[in-house]
Design a protein around this ligand. Structure first.
Ligand code: HEM
Length: 593
């Protein structure tokens, strides 16, 4: 017993010695140790400054910059990290040093989720990355492609409006917006990538995988900073990454196969699959899967948290909300819903979005950069392979850069007055976000629709708490709950707008239930259930439920019933005596009766 205890303590001493030697060699043999590194607080052996890193990280790093200066360095285990928090240092990073700093650190998550560092987010700077960015700007983010995918975003926004109006047409009702925005952004991106509706069972399961990927990418892997922990797979982190990557990959494979079988669409995967046919050696499945991954993981949470922060700020500032609504009523009116072509006229809405991104940038430290060779920033040496973090959040709240920086004041962006200030929610330089114009459209139309169609109030007198929670994309600590009430014009407008684009493609009748497939906006196939009844006051009532999410009660009169049936015969080849033709026509005609 004693012998085994002794050998155990011998083993742990040996392990400690090995770890210390590795740490010392990594610190002492660093070629730049005699050069002028940015200032750094005292550190501990092995872990360096990891013990100082309390969440939210951007706040801790700002506190450190207040004592150490705008360029300082830390050790995350064996890795040197430089943090910049001043406009002049950032300018130096993304002008003179832009190419040198255009690499990314190779964290373990990038190996699994970034297809062995070949996806656009994780790929090192070079010909492959340039090609991916060129492909994205031509095939996904060009103005013509974004115009082409605009109906998909409109359709998803309308479904959100329908959903919200469910309980709010008569009176204010409480809604939790975080999950609504998350679903909206996810569905918008999924339907741009693939024609499939994101409400399918597989898509729902895939959303769980997405959440898991975000969680695993977020929980900084200690093995990325203390290599010995990577060798022993501390906490089974690598096994978890491998398991989740397997699920993610299977879902992507399924999507690509499906699109290969049926090429009749205009989605991102369709374009990539046709490029693969002409250049199979370059557009491999791995490359396509990496692009899909990048769009989903970089494009969904970022947009949804931005909408959530914006709504939180708006209910805390009813005077701003009111001005935004006046602008919408003036430029869009109440006869139709806002669409993406209106955004250029809605200057105040744009100011609200910019001010939200200033106060709550979804990537407060951007995405880490990595110099491919030694460089200097602010006179300090930043050695090759250092992790570079840019504290955009701190710069956005720097009183030397912005007047009254913590106040929500969209007016500061009016007439381009803030031009020249350091606003960088999408990063800067070569590695800046390629999806910023898509984000502006999606957030603009999502937020604009909510302001146009509903009245919004806080759930209590107290202002909404604006504390940040933990997570890659700076979520709100508490999911946003607000009161909403549909404006009077919404029912007729949304009915008409949905009606113009809905076509029934099939139906099945079971007693009082009718299951109906409706094609909306030329792409989405939705499955609806209708239950007919009466409200006791001479009105027939149809309860329409979209499978997966209850949608609305649609009351209609007997007179409109016959009109709708007539329209059914005229506009669809559905049998007008069946219930499903009623739904079809109801959607086709909207609420015009
Ligand atoms: C409000 C929404 C968004 C914000 C705040 C945002 C912000 C950012 C930031 C800060 C970066 C890193 C820049 C850097 O490294 O310096 C980035 C990169 C990226 N973003 Fe966005 N983003 C948003 C929406 C989107 C959307 C909608 C997409 C695509 C669907 C997208 C795709 C990407 C990709 C692929 C990268 C990696 C670029 C590279 O490494 O070359 N983002 N984004």
């Amino acid at each position: 017993m004693e012998a085994s205890f002794q050998s155990l303590s011998l083993l742990s001493s040996l392990l400690f010695l090995i770890i210390s030697l590795i740490y010392l060699s990594s610190v002492l043999l660093t070629p730049n140790r005699h050069r002028k590194l940015p200032p750094s607080p005292p550190s501990l052996p092995i872990i360096g400054h990891l013990h100082l890193l309390k969440p939210p990280l951007h706040r801790t790093l700002r506190r450190l910059s207040q004592s150490l200066g705008p360029i300082f360095s830390l050790r995350f285990g064996s890795r040197l990290v430089v943090v910049v928090s001043s406009p002049s240092a950032v300018e130096e990073c993304f002008t003179k040093n832009d190419v040198v700093l255009a690499n990314r650190p190779m964290f373990l998550a990038g190996k699994y989720f970034g297809y062995n560092y070949t996806s656009v987010i994780t790929s090192p700077y070079g010909a492959h990355w340039r090609n991916l960015r060129r492909l994205m700007s031509l095939e996904i983010f060009s103005a013509s492609r974004l115009n082409g995918s605009s109906p998909v975003r409109q359709a998803e926004t309308k479904l959100l409006l329908l959903d919200l109006s469910k309980n709010s047409s008569e009176k204010f009702s409480k809604v939790e917006l975080k999950s609504k925005f998350s679903e909206l952004s996810f569905n918008m991106i999924m339907r741009m990538i693939t024609r499939f509706t994101a409400n399918s069972k597989e898509a729902e399961e895939f959303r769980d995988v997405v959440r898991e990927v975000a969680r695993l990418s977020d929980t900084s892997n200690p093995g990325d900073f203390v290599p010995v922990l990577r060798w022993i797979d501390f906490g089974g982190h690598e096994k978890n990454l491998e398991r989740i990557q397997g699920k993610m990959d299977a879902f992507f494979r399924g999507l690509i196969d499906e699109h290969r079988r049926d090429k009749s669409n205009d989605s991102v995967i369709d374009h990539l699959v046709s490029l693969q046919e002409s250049q199979p050696e370059y557009y491999t499945d791995e490359i396509i899967k990496g692009l899909i991954m990048a769009m989903i993981f970089a494009g969904t949470d970022t947009s949804s948290v931005t909408m959530e922060w914006a709504m939180a700020l708006l209910v805390n500032h009813p005077e701003v909300l009111k001005k935004a609504r006046v602008e919408l009523d003036t430029h869009v009116g109440q006869d139709r819903l806002i669409d993406e072509t209106d955004l250029s006229k809605l200057n105040y809405l744009q100011c609200i979005i910019l001010e939200t991104l200033r106060l709550f940038p979804a990537a407060p430290l951007l995405v880490p950069h990595l110099p491919s060779s030694d460089c200097t920033i602010g006179g300090f040496v930043v050695p090759r392979d250092t992790i570079l973090l840019v504290n955009a959040w701190a710069i956005h709240r720097d009183p030397k850069v912005w007047d009254d920086p913590t106040s929500f004041n969209p007016e500061r962006f009016k007439n381009g007055e803030a031009e020249g200030h350091m606003l960088m929610p999408f990063g800067m330089g070569r590695r800046a976000c390629p999806g910023s114009s898509l984000a502006h459209r999606a957030v603009g139309v999502g937020l604009g629709s909510l302001i146009q169609c509903f009245e919004w109030e806080r759930v209590s007198e107290e202002a909404v708490d604006l504390s940040e929670g933990q997570g890659l994309t700076m979520p709100k600590l508490e999911p946003l709950e607000v009161m909403c009430k549909a404006r009077a014009f919404l029912a007729s407008v949304i009915g008409r707008e949905l009606g113009m684009v809905a076509v029934v493609v099939g139906s099945l009748k079971q007693g009082l239930w009718t299951v109906t497939m409706v094609k909306i906006d030329g792409g989405l196939v939705e499955v609806w259930i209708m239950v007919k009844g009466s409200n006791g006051g001479g009105l027939s009532v149809a309860l329409l439920v979209k499978i997966g999410a209850a949608i609305h009660f649609f009351p209609f009169s007997h007179c409109s019933f016959s009109l709708l049936c007539f329209a059914a015969m005229a506009t669809s080849d559905a049998n007008p005596s069946s219930d499903f033709s009623l739904i079809a026509l109801f959607l086709l005609c909207g609420f015009s009766c």
